[in-house]
Design a binder for this molecule. Structure first.
Ligand code: FAD
Length: 495
């Protein structure tokens, strides 16, 4: 277990318009936390970078005055459990109408700090005045962090060609705009998330040439208990399997996309079978024509804000770090609660239960009556068990390292290739992503290692002959911001 010092930034007290509770993140976890906390009597600021509520799971089309544009009703077919979304959103909107909650949409939180007066959150408002970032400070007595996760990627030859995306990116295009990424699409990687992506694309009219799943359903046999304890997940999986069968989408187990080919744009992919040891069966490589590719190797928790606030993190079950919380979603920092994927990848139902629990705990800690919910606690235990099983049943296979070529770009922002990463490790002693970054800037660009960090950690560990342990990378600036917003004077004389 590792704990981090805050950045040292002193918030110097609360501002007068402080809230009882700030919730950062308007996805399933943050929505549940905000709705529960307002119900319990707290005055809440709900802050999210997106134009509307829903996060990744319930991502909605951006509000549009053109009635003929792709809208919420059109997106409904790509969603699950919209009833919960509508219930939570209804509660949040009612609380806003009664001045019990303020909604800060389009606000990207770039840092936060805790002090004796509570938490001070600094965000840039990218929505109110298009083209201009407006610095905004929100103060609160306590905070729920629900920043979610992002797609985990590993490099492969051709992955930087236009038309090659993350599986989450394909899903986001569908849900936000009804856009199918291409007429012929290949989906690959590992995990149950590949199923809704492929099913959604097929529904939207794409010819899905195959789902190339690195694991196999037999990997679940050792986790039958966890699967049977979550019949909802089984039913959802069966629904997707039926959809794939209806659209005649081939589902290939123990296989993966090993290369993408094309000049200006992806034109084909090579796919290969995997041997039982997780390495590529080179005799099985074949090429399929495609116009788009989506690859997903699970998700990585967003830890920038929890780490900035000093929350303790520990190794998750899936090669990522996750925030350590107690059974009431309290982090190691007083007044900071964490819910959803930042506590470990586990899906939307778990995120809702954790958000509800965090909201109740915040109420209780503020002296209001809000008993713990036994139902939410049961859901958390059950879903965490399923999540652990999923992490074990769907590992990232070693095969991805077999297929790298020296010229394969690993860090796309800084254009560092596999040869340069290898050189840093074998000839200059780097044993983790931080060491590699210091030698060749891998992970130093716009995305701050979100895309390449996992891969560089794995490559460095392999070169050093040690097991890969996820390396923490505290980022005091959690979201890109302009120098103008950084220098804005709105913060007052104490900044
Ligand atoms: C691209 C993508 C697509 C996904 N699609 C699906 C799917 O279709 N089906 C499925 O079962 N699972 C999907 N998932 C998994 C999904 O993340 C979870 O199941 C679920 O959404 C988790 O809920 P959450 O509230 O923890 O996080 P999220 O839903 O990710 O919500 C986090 C919210 O926090 C906000 N946020 C993060 N950082 C900041 C910041 N610095 N400032 C302000 N706001 C911030 C984000 O805008 C987001 O709205 C997807 C994940 C990703 C990354």
């Amino acid at each position: 277990m590792t704990s981090y010092d805050p950045t040292g930034y002193d918030p110097a007290g609360n501002d007068p318009a402080g809230y009882d509770l700030a919730v950062i993140g308007g996805g399933p976890a943050g929505m549940a936390a905000a709705a529960t906390a307002t119900r319990g009597g707290l005055r809440v600021a709900l802050i999210d970078a997106g134009p509307g509520l829903g996060g990744q799971f319930w991502r909605q089309p951006a509000p549009n005055e053109d009635a003929t544009a792709f809208g919420e009703a059109d997106a409904a077919g790509y969603h699950h459990d919209l009833a919960t979304f509508r219930r939570l959103r209804g509660e949040i909107f009612r609380a806003r109408a009664d001045a019990r909650l303020e909604l800060f949409s389009g606000h990207h939180v770039w840092t936060a700090a805790c002090g004796p007066g509570g938490v001070r959150i600094r965000a840039v408002d990218k929505l109110s005045e298009p083209g201009r970032d407006i610095e905004r400070i929100v103060s609160a007595d306590a905070v729920v962090l629900a920043p979610g996760a992002y797609d985990r990627q590993v490099p492969f030859p051709g992955w930087d060609l236009p038309g090659v995306m993350t599986a989450g990116g394909l899903q986001a295009l569908l849900k936000a705009g009804g856009v199918a990424a291409g007429p012929r699409v290949a989906v690959g990687g590992t995990g149950p998330f590949l199923l809704p992506v492929a099913a959604g694309l097929a529904m939207a009219g794409s010819h899905v040439v195959g789902v190339f799943e690195a694991s196999a359903t037999t990997a679940w046999t050792r986790h039958a208990g966890a699967a049977l304890a979550n019949p909802g997940n089984l039913a959802e999986g069966a629904g997707y399997a039926a959809a794939l069968a209806r659209y005649r989408v081939p589902y290939r187990q123990r296989s993966m996309i090993v290369a993408a080919h094309g000049t200006e744009h992806v034109e084909s992919v090579s796919v290969a079978g995997l041997r039982p040891d997780g390495h590529v069966d080179t005799a099985s490589v074949r090429t399929i024509d495609v116009d788009a590719v989506g690859v997903g190797w699970g998700f990585t928790p967003s830890l920038e804000l929890p780490m900035t606030l000093g929350c303790e993190v520990s190794d998750g079950d899936d090669g990522s770090l996750a925030v350590v919380v107690d059974a009431d979603q309290r982090s190691s920092v007083a007044g900071v609660y964490v819910a959803g994927e930042a506590c470990g990848i586990g899906g939307a139902a778990l995120a809702v239960a954790e958000g509800e629990t965090a909201g109740r705990t915040a109420c209780r800690d503020a002296g209001l009556e809000a008993d713990p919910s036994p139902a939410a606690a049961r859901t958390i235990r059950r879903r965490r068990r399923f999540a652990r099983a999923m992490a074990v049943a769907h590992p990232v296979p070693p095969a991805w390292q077999d297929v790298l070529e020296p010229s394969t770009i690993v860090c796309r922002c800084e254009e560092v290739d596999a040869e340069a990463v290898d050189d840093a490790c074998r000839n200059h002693g780097a044993t983790d992503a931080r060491g590699v970054k210091e030698l060749n800037r891998a992970g130093m660009g716009w995305c701050q290692g979100r895309t390449c960090g996992y891969a560089v950690d794995c490559l460095a560990a392999r070169a050093a002959g040690i097991p890969m342990t996820p390396q923490p990378a505290p980022r005091p600036v959690a979201a890109p911001l302009t120098l103008g917003a950084l220098a804005a004077d709105d913060a007052g004389p104490d900044h």
